[in-house]
Design a binder for this molecule. Structure first.
Ligand code: FES
Ligand code: FES
Length: 169
């Protein structure tokens, strides 16, 4: 039987209250319960830094941090998120000073089109905090969930290598 045809019909107009804390601000939303965190961020909060690449959990372009952990926002229902969310818009410090990882991506030319970059940077921040950035080999392994169609991988590794000691300081 056709998978799409067998799905229960959508309950048109049904929304539920959802509270999200994003980049230090609390938001009260009413969302269709099927709304992903990615769509909540992009369509409802107009935070378009997180990108919709594959929408299937395979490219990492939608990566945000939830409670400091890497989270694929395209695979996460907004209603299920309890932890504070950080998007690329919230990574810079007070006064707009760039996070060391943002600065390192600039310094190392770690992007071309930039589509994957917000997800790469957030994943890179978590990679360092997880202790998975001890060597180039480890960085490549633990960043392997973030694809870059422009092939900026060597520069991304260099950026993480640059930012790592500054983040530990
Ligand atoms: S858009 Fe989420 S993993 Fe590709
Ligand atoms: S910089 Fe273009 S996809 Fe990564």
């Amino acid at each position: 039987m056709d998978q799409v045809a067998s799905r229960p019909p959508a309950e048109a107009g049904r929304t539920i209250p959802v509270r999200l804390e994003v980049n230090g601000r609390s938001h009260e939303l009413r969302l269709d319960p099927r709304t992903t965190l990615l769509d909540a961020l992009r369509e409802h909060l107009h935070l378009t830094g997180a990108k919709k690449g594959c929408d299937h959990g395979q490219c990492g372009a939608c990566t945000v941090l939830a409670g400091g952990r890497r989270t694929l926002s395209c695979l996460t229902l907004a209603v299920s998120v309890r932890a504070p969310v950080t998007t690329i818009e919230g990574l810079a410090g007070d006064g707009g000073a760039l996070h060391p990882m943002q600065q390192a991506f600039l310094d190392q030319d770690a992007f071309q089109c930039g589509y994957c970059t917000p997800g790469q940077i957030l994943s890179a921040v978590a990679c360092v905090h997880e202790g998975h950035a001890g060597s180039d080999e480890a960085i490549r392994e633990w960043m392997s969930g973030n694809l870059c169609r422009c092939g900026a991988y060597p520069h991304i590794v260099a950026a993480i290598r640059q930012a790592r000691p500054q983040m530990k300081a």
